[in-house]
Each structure stands twice: as C-alpha cells, then as structure tokens.
Design a protein around this ligand. Sequence first.
Ligand code: RP5
Length: 283
Amino acid sequence: MSLHVKSREKVYPGSGGIERAYVPDDKVSWDCEWTDYSPTNYTAPIVAEHPVWADPDIMGKPDHNLKFNERDGNINRVSHMPKPYEVIDGFPRNPCGRTGMIGRGFLGKWGPNHAADPIVTRWKRNANGDVICNQTTNKQILQFVAIKRKDTGDWAIPGGMVDAGDTVSATLKREFGEEAMNSLEAPEEERNTIEKAVANLFRCGTEVYRGYVDDPRNTDNAWMETVAVNFHDAKGTSVGKFKLHAGDDAGDVQWADISGNISLYASHELFISKTAEILKAHW
Ligand code: RP5
C-alpha cells in the first residue's frame, strides 16, 4: 500500500466541512517523530450514538474491554496486514500512518473495519458479439459493474461492510445483490433467472486483493480493510448479458470500461488494475 492519499483529504466526507490536520508526505509514517502533531478529533454523531453496527466510545476510558488484534465475540478485529497493529494507550493505531484525524469519523469500529468487494467483469463486445480490443495495446477491453456512491459521488466497486458474524463470501453476494442487481432492467419474472446466474458466477472467484484500503473515511484509530474478489463472466452469457439501469433513486450502476484512465473511490483503482493484469486485459 502506497502513502495515504485519500485518507489525508482535507475535508472529511459527509461531515459538513470538518477538516483534518495537515500531514505532509514525510510525516505520514509513525517512524517520523512529530511532537507537535495535533490531529482533529472527530466521530460522526450517528456513530457516537452507538448504533448496533458501531463500537462504544472508548475515549477517556482506557479500561475498556474491547479486544484488539483478535476475534472479539463475533467481531473480527484482526487485521489483514502482515503484522498486528499497535495499541497505544488503549487505542488502535492506523498501520499505514497518520491521517490528521483521531476518533472514528464515520467508521463504526475502532481498528480495522472489514469490507468485501465483488469485482464482476465481462469482455466489452460490439453489436455482433465480438470482443473489442483497444487499438493501441491490442488487448481486450474489460468491463466491470460499477456503482456511483451516494456519499462522495465517486464511481466504485459495489462493496460493503462485513457484518458481525458474517463471512466474506456472504457479504460479496449480499452487497452485489443490494447495490447492483436491484437496478437490473428486467421484469419481475426474470429475477429468478438472474439470481441463479449470480449465484452460479459467485461460486468460483479469484481473490485479487486482501488488505488495507486508502479510504477517505480512515482516521488514526479506525480504518478500512477489504478482500476483493473477481467473478469473471468470460463468455458474457451469465451476468454479463444483463443490462444495468443507470440513474434511478438507488444511484447509478453501469458496466464501466476498464483502462488506466479510470478514477475510482478509495483504493478501487488498484483492485481493478490487478484484475486487468490477471485477465491480461487492456489497461
Ligand atoms: C471501501 O468501502 C471498501 O473497499 C468497500 O468498497 C467500501 C465499504 O464501505 P460502504 O460501501 O459499506 O460504506 O473502503
């Protein structure tokens, strides 16, 4: 994972203008001593109210009983990073360095917040059904199911949080169903066929990434991690044949062309570029 970029964006998304403290590139690493570091303390009101998906507030409560770097009841607080994260004065510390903000922002969990990202792909085809190649690289063009996020307006993989006690594979299917399939242009009676096609495609995926996400919601004490899995419909006869409906209330969904020019939410460009590499597609 490269240096924090999105995790240092000045204005915290959805906060109504709360700003992070400025962190220069050379001070991101915790190895660089910085005695004057004065991060903004922000936890969104909705998180502070302690809904079911969020941890209790542990600020000022060093004797809290959250168990970091291990399974804590049905909550997975183990990081996908190679080493356990540090816990300083009772607070988990972001393994990728400073973000200019402490507290949890909009993230529910202290420490890692686990997500899963389903990357559903097909080859781009012309009206005759022939696969289209990029004229410069002469490589086949890949498309993936992209959604437009309501919080930032960025295009993204339709991923979501792994609920307490849930598995990554269940989350991959659920999130794809909720965020992308609901907008399929299909009459009600076709839904069964579509659901079967999705269930089949999701039986066998290729893991393309497991680890930290440079998400704009990250703080020094709470951060996103994910498992991104590719489900490729090589023949375009399964999920790949369904049209996606853009522009309804559920937000935009589309088959987006994959190339090196693509700009996506958080670290999603990295996951998409790895997918293109694995499938030897145009980038
Ligand atoms: C990203 O946030 C992950 O890669 C995943 O796509 C997403 C999960 O958060 P929500 O979409 O549930 O807000 O870091």
